[in-house]
Design a binder for this molecule. Structure first.
Ligand code: ATP
Length: 263
């Protein structure tokens, strides 16, 4: 196999990705990063793989990706107190940064599918371009770190997409040519780093995140472990929970958790 363009990647300026661990093939970049975090790794470490043998999505689902054609990576954050607030905001701003990187690198407009996916909307339909999975790590009975794992479909040819998921898309499929993965990652890390700094200085990404969400005001289905509810996706609240208006007029709140949203 030819050496990966990531073999020697390292960010020279900034703290996010300054320590960068490239793995040709691994179980899951978030899994590797969790071990590093448990051993005390500092905020900003990034793990990236060309191939994952156990890529994970939310709710114990799998993230599938053919080798060498995606960005499969994880970021380590150590949010300050109040931890839950900063962890939620960090996840939101990662979504915003990914959107910005895709806009700059491929000229594509995307939306965020609550809670954390990046999608492309087309007349009444949608395609998933990226998935994001946030996990919190504990130390001494307290939340200690946040790992954000991202899978972005970059140069996956159209023919291979249906093997990943029925509604998967890639940058290549959308714009018709390959996109440089290093430049894309670099833009994402720069954007994320600057948004984290702004957020910790008091800026709240909620407004922008909310504005970027797909399907606000539309009829959606909310899949819960034991039932499916239909209603209007009215809004999200300050914690990022989904507010669903049911046909009987009542409103239900769904924290980011065991819920999947469908059009
Ligand atoms: P949803 O609510 O859309 O089911 P989710 O947020 O619960 O998504 P994710 O964590 O984003 O799930 O990812 C897992 C799901 O994404 C899988 O069940 C599969 O349907 C889909 N999937 C897996 N690999 C890819 C891929 N490379 N591109 C697009 N979709 C994928």
């Amino acid at each position: 196999m030819a050496p990966s363009e990531f073999s020697h990647y390292r960010r020279v300026a900034g703290w996010l990705g300054r320590r960068f661990l490239y793995l040709e093939r691994t179980t899951s970049t978030s899994e590797v990063l969790r071990h590093l975090a448990e051993e005390g790794a500092a905020e900003g470490v990034v793990t990236l793989a060309d191939e994952q043998t156990a890529g994970r999505g939310r709710l114990a689902r799998r993230w599938e990706a053919p080798p060498g054609a995606s960005l499969l990576f994880s970021l380590l954050f150590r949010p300050p107190e109040p931890f839950a607030y900063h962890a939620t905001r960090t996840t939101m701003l990662c979504g915003l940064a990914l959107r910005q990187a895709v806009a700059l690198g491929a000229g594509l407009t995307t939306s965020l599918k609550w809670p954390n996916d990046l999608i492309i909307e087309r007349a009444g339909d949608w395609r998933k371009l990226a998935g994001m999975l946030s996990e919190i790590g504990m130390a001494g009975g307290r939340p200690a770190f946040l790992i954000v794992g991202i899978g972005l479909n970059v140069n996956i040819p159209v023919e291979s997409l249906s093997r990943l998921a029925p509604n998967a898309t890639s940058l290549l499929a959308e714009i018709g040519h390959d996109v440089g993965r290093v430049a894309l990652l670099d833009t994402f890390l720069q954007r994320t780093e600057s948004l984290v700094e702004r957020q910790r200085a008091g800026w709240d990404p909620l407004v922008q995140w909310r504005a970027g969400l797909a399907w606000r005001g539309r009829m959606v289905q909310v899949h819960l472990p034991t039932e499916t509810l239909a209603g209007v996706a009215e809004d999200v609240d300050a914690e990022g929970a989904l507010l669903l208006r049911l046909p009987d007029g009542s409103r239900r709140r769904f924290p980011v958790g065991d819920v999947s949203l469908r059009l």
